[in-house]
Design a binder for this molecule. Structure first.
Ligand code: GDG
Length: 759
């Protein structure tokens, strides 16, 4: 329970550099300073890394006050200034009752989620009272954070204890920027779906603007789960998930450690004194040392490791007396039975192995169960010839990184579980599968006998990679992604906050063109496409604008031309149907020849899809002639992925390069592959109606709510007033936002008011 020295982070990447004008609010279960009999600093990379950043920027940290004396030192708002010796930022402590700690922390967080996410289902319990407490405590974290928010905050939530917190916080403050980092693995859907609250947790996490995992694999698993559980729209290439009118960027940010701090500690005189003391006390003499460092957790594979050590002693008897395995273990979550049992089993195994193989002068296993300071940890890492990490599942695992960062002498070998996230960046370690006892024993033997030159070469490579990928690099990557998102959000303004320049733009040109998508823009989306109707007030506005000789009105939709015309019901305006593949105006109509040619393919595809989807409840295949739509708004959540898979399979049967699928709102659009989209259709209509050089004579307003409208926003970027209809800010090429169909009406009203028919 001691800190690494609080050095300011080296180089760029701090909040001040990347998020200027913003204040950082960190929300974690565990607090950075615990007031007990003494002031304690919990161990772990996160606190060690974030604390200096908070000290530098002076933000707010919200956490559970777990220390006995925590509430003796807080003010009336529950706050204490930290670090205690030189206060720089505010720690807001949340008081949890014993029952809340029992059910939320020892219950849902550590007996439901922890085993689930580490695929240890035999240990998982999903009691309803745990879930109720988890919801309640997440609520309390959200409320407490909300009460404390200052100017321009960026809220950074951490880990699996707080999966619902973003959602509750979002409900309290819809426009808040919220990011979260998930420190443990995210399993495949086949595992995840065992959770009774599977949809609720994902819904909670999708209230974040940015969600980080350690590995791309975890990101991919999360995306699958979001698609399966909620039918969310997933853009795997860009890393976006759209659901419930919101958009979340999901990215991998592999966490690391404060490499510089570990290096400084490991090269200190103090560390050398610790090494000498440990060598003496543990009676290491000149024996080779293999080291394991773990919280006593069943995911770390400690029993499996002991089995491998025993096998090694059996298979290579000459190692006896020349080798010591040091197990540094930190007891953890001891209120939970599975953890107490593990501790007993580990201790019993060590006692047994020592009894069987030990001699009066030598014990093969040295067990250190008490916590030791970081400098003592660095000394152990330096003493070790081999560091052995055998996690059965691990989001990342920091132990191997700490070992590498402490290796001043560059002589140690890292043996690392291929089931720990850390393996992805450690090709120079020896990879093992912890379930393969013989393989682990063999790897340790190989590591112990590895020639010095090879050991050094491997260690130098690992150290150089780690130096470039330390915790500040991780933080910088996270804040950079946040900064990019914030930039998009700030660049895109709510249209009514910027009405004056729009009015000036409209007044400055002879013509105004108003181009509008239909579903979700001019009319509220309904469960069935057939139920969508245009509000008479909006029809009246379109009519009024359309009768103005200086105004061009067009409705551009994915529906067929007949359908959209019928639904809008105005004769004198322009229409584009089938995403712009067919266009019409008063007295004329055209369709793209190449699209007409693809009619047969579309029809055949629809027939096959109707057949294959007939058993999926409420899946709706709509043949629109030049394109098709597969609607799944009413399909049960668990079957949406099936719909998607079947559509993609069927497209795979069409000759390559002829048809493609595009994701819309709870619909998959099947379109001929052509160099054509809503953007090109919009430009074609403008040129057709206004002739060459329309850009100089006309102000274009284009509004749409769908991803297919993004093509139009891009195509009109230079000239148009582009407006995305969305409830929450999200990455878009549009310059402006409106939140609802009602606000589209307000905008049309303003436009109609600025364009009196008589002028
Ligand atoms: C989660 C994920 C992910 C252990 N004993 C002592 C001590 N330790 C420190 C080690 C290391 C830490 O505990 C354990 O690191 P892990 O990476 O194994 O962490 P978890 O607690 O499982 O944490 C994990 C991590 O979050 C970060 O995202 O890597 O995958 O499960 O730092 O040094 N430290 C001290 N004395 C001890 O006795 N000072």
């Amino acid at each position: 329970m001691v800190s690494t020295s609080a050095q300011p982070p080296p180089g760029p990447g701090t909040v001040r550099d990347l998020l200027p004008g913003r204040s950082l609010v960190v929300v974690t279960n565990r607090e950075p300073y615990v007031h007990s009999t003494l002031i304690e600093r919990p161990t772990g990379g996160l606190v060690a890394a974030l604390d200096p950043v908070m000290q530098e920027t002076g933000g707010l940290w919200v956490a559970w006050g777990s220390g006995e004396a925590d509430f003796d030192v807080v003010d009336e708002r529950g706050c204490v200034q930290v670090p205690p010796e030189a206060p720089r930022y505010t720690l807001r402590r949340l008081r949890l009752s014993r029952r809340e700690v029992e059910r939320f922390y020892h219950g849902y967080a550590n007996q439901s989620l922890w085993p689930l996410f580490h695929m240890a289902m035999d240990k998982a319990r999903f009691a309803r009272r745990y879930w109720a407490a988890y919801q309640m405590v997440n609520h309390r974290f959200a409320e407490t954070t909300f009460e404390m928010l200052g100017q321009n905050p960026v809220v950074w939530i951490h880990d699996y204890h707080l999966a619902l917190c973003p959602r509750y916080l979002r409900e309290l403050k819809p426009d808040l920027f919220i990011m979260q980092f998930w420190h443990i693995p995210w399993p495949a859907w086949d595992v995840y779906r065992m959770c009774p609250q599977s949809a609720e947790l994902i819904e909670g996490l999708l209230a974040n603007d940015l969600l980080g995992f350690h590995l791309p694999r975890h990101v991919a698993n999360f995306m699958d789960c979001a698609a399966h559980e909620l039918g969310a729209e997933v853009d795997r290439q860009q890393g976006f998930i759209r659901h419930g009118g919101r958009c979340t960027l999901v990215r991998a940010f592999p966490i690391s450690i404060d490499v510089g701090a570990w290096g400084r500690i490991a090269s200190s005189r103090d560390c050398e004194r610790w090494m000498a003391r440990l060598r003496r006390r543990l009676r290491l003499d000149d024996r080779q040392v293999c080291l394991g460092v773990d919280r006593l957790d069943y995911t770390k594979g400690i029993l499996e490791r002991l089995r491998a050590i025993e096998l090694l002693l059996q298979r290579v008897p000459e190692l006896r007396d020349r080798f010591v395995y040091v197990q540094k273990a930190a007891p953890s979550r001891t209120r939970i039975l599975a953890y107490r049992q593990l501790q007993q089993q580990v201790e019993a195994e060590i006692t047994r192995i020592n009894a069987v193989y030990g001699t009066p002068h030598w014990q093969p296993i040295v067990y250190i169960p008490r916590p030791i300071p970081v400098v003592g940890m660095a000394a152990l890492y330096r003493l070790a010839d081999v560091c052995l990490v055998t996690s059965l599942q691990d989001g990342m695992n920091l132990v191997g990184k700490e070992f590498v960062a402490s290796q001043q002498d560059e002589r140690g070998v890292l043996v690392l579980s291929s089931l720990a996230g850390a393996i992805e960046a450690s090709p120079w370690s020896i990879a093992i599968n912890p379930y393969d006892t013989e393989g682990v024993a063999e790897a340790v033997r190989q590591a112990l006998s590895m020639p010095e030159q090879e050991r050094r070469q491997r260690m130098v490579q690992m150290r150089s990679h780690l130096a470039r990928h330390d915790i500040y690099h991780w933080m910088e990557q996270s804040f950079r992604a946040a900064a990019r998102l914030l930039d998009t959000q700030e660049r895109t303004h709510w249209v009514f906050a910027d009405l004056e320049p729009i009015r000036n733009a409209v007044a400055g040109r002879d013509h105004l063109a108003v181009l509008l998508d239909f579903d979700g823009t001019l009319a509220e989306i309904a469960d069935r496409p057939d139920d969508v109707q245009l509000d008479p007030r909006l029809r009246g506005l379109l009519e009024r604008l359309g009768h103005n000789p200086r105004v061009l009105v067009a409705v551009i939709s994915g529906r067929t031309l007949e359908d959209i015309r019928r639904r809008v019901g105005l004769e004198h305006i322009l229409y584009a149907g089938n995403h712009g593949l067919e266009l019409a105006g008063p007295g004329w109509r055209v369709a793209r020849d190449d699209a007409v040619e693809a009619r047969g393919l579309v029809a055949a595809c629809c027939d096959r899809l109707s057949l294959r989807l007939r058993d999926v409840r409420d899946a709706l295949v709509e043949n629109k002639g030049l394109s098709a739509s597969v609607h799944f708004r009413l399909v049960p959540r668990g079957e949406i992925e099936t719909v998607r898979r079947i559509v993609l399979e069927e497209l795979g049967r069409v000759p390559p390069g002829r048809l493609e699928a595009r994701q819309g709102k709870m619909v998959l659009e099947i379109l001929p592959v052509l160099d054509w989209d809503k953007g090109r259709a919009a430009r074609w209509l403008l040129e057709h109606a206004l002739g060459d050089g329309w850009e100089a004579r006309c102000t274009v307003v284009y509004a749409g709510d769908d991803s297919t409208d993004e093509d139009a926003f891009v195509a009109l970027a230079g000239t148009g007033i582009t407006v995305r209809v969305t409830q929450y800010p999200q990455p878009t090429a549009a310059r402006y936002l409106v939140r609802t169909v009602g606000e589209v009406g307000r905008l049309l009203e303003a436009l109609a008011g600025w364009m009196p028919a008589s002028t």
